[in-house]
Design a protein around this ligand. Sequence first.
Ligand code: GDD
Length: 439
Amino acid sequence: MLLKTIILIGGPMKGTRFRPLSLETPKPLFPVAGFPIIHHHIEAAAKVEGNKEVILIGFFQPNEALNKFINQAQLQFKVQIRYLQEYTALGTAGGIYHFRDQILAGKPDYFFVMNADVCGDFPLQEMLDFHRSKPSGTFCTILGTEATRQQSLTYGCIVENKATHESKSLAGQIMHYVEKPETFISTTINCGIYLCSPAIFSPLEIEFKKNLEQNYNCDQDHQRVGYDYTTAPAKEVIRMEQDIFVPLASSGKLYVYQTERFWSQIKSAGAAIYANRHYLKLYRKTHPERLAKNGAGKPQIIGDVFIHPSAQVNETAVLGPNVTIGKNCMLGDGVRVRDSVVLDGAVLQDHCCILDSIIGWNSTIGDWTRIEGTPNDPNPNKPFAKMEAISTFTFDGKLNPSITVIGSDVQVPSEVIILNSIVLPNKELSGCYKNQIIL
Ligand code: GDD
């Protein structure tokens, strides 16, 4: 069996909620639990037997960081990895249709599609087994998870056909799909992970042709009123959710595979802290060797902690739980870090304390300084797959935005407190800050 995986990495316009971190690096390459976000996707994809190729589709200009990542990941996972660049944002299915020849080359039996901005313990093999048990002609299996009623409104919502529930081969058939509904539809949401059969290209083609036709008619109208063509949306834009899933929902050819494993979006820096915590926890099962251990001459470790082998951490430091320390970081005497990500090259001077925060690349935090974010009040409802550590969700189900983020190359002096603040790159701070965005 031949499989491929497509990862939708989007482009530079979409990372605004991730600032100031996305100023430095394309968001899909932001490190979580020591590795770029999409490294976790590729690792999961490479584990599925028969998966020979990963295709990244996006509208970033090709860049050094992306090329370097691709070369390293190819060697590590022994799969071919390519980046295919859309000439403009073509939507979540437009790029797939545009690059159909490359995707279908070699005649894959199925292909996964993964949104880059999600994290999780992706059950790809289970999705494949599920999909293969469905009638031939099935277009797509969507990974679904349970959300609260409130959370569901900001996701794609799926209603299963309960009438088919009892039948093994038809269970999970989708009856109704609504993207980000205004009122409650269902607590089963789309995780942004799909398994498609090549047959999906026929509804994509129909949609593509319909678009061209409509655009042609629009063009005729616009010519009459002197329309500005430089701002016209690309005719090739196809949205997987609204243009494909919504009309196909009642065809009986879409299925949902429900997961109870860890899953979340990564739209904001706050969500990266949440993803970090869960990927570290997953390492207990998948990569126990990556987790730091206590021992003589080593810092004190509490819970799950990843320390890059090149980092220098004083043995009097106390780290964890849920901490990642990046490449070439230096941590002095008595440093305390909890629920935080410290990015490559950062220097944490003696006795500083970092809680619920992200410290940017090559920033320096002075002696006895305290950098702190605030996890919100726990959500009384259970969110995705009833996970623990729900306190990082705000009331509307979005991930907590009030962590502190220090951009790259920032100098924070000794003996100050930075609380719930965002600091843009290259700043030299001179005092304490609370609830501020420091531009
Ligand atoms: N290549 C490419 N081109 N990728 C794109 C484009 C595009 O034009 N537009 C978006 N993407 C990528 C983004 O980078 C992201 O990884 C993913 O597609 C989804 O992007 P959004 O358009 O921001 O959708 P969303 O995240 O609000 O919602 C989607 O994901 C939810 C799960 O996280 C939908 O699929 C929802 O139904 C779903 O619940």
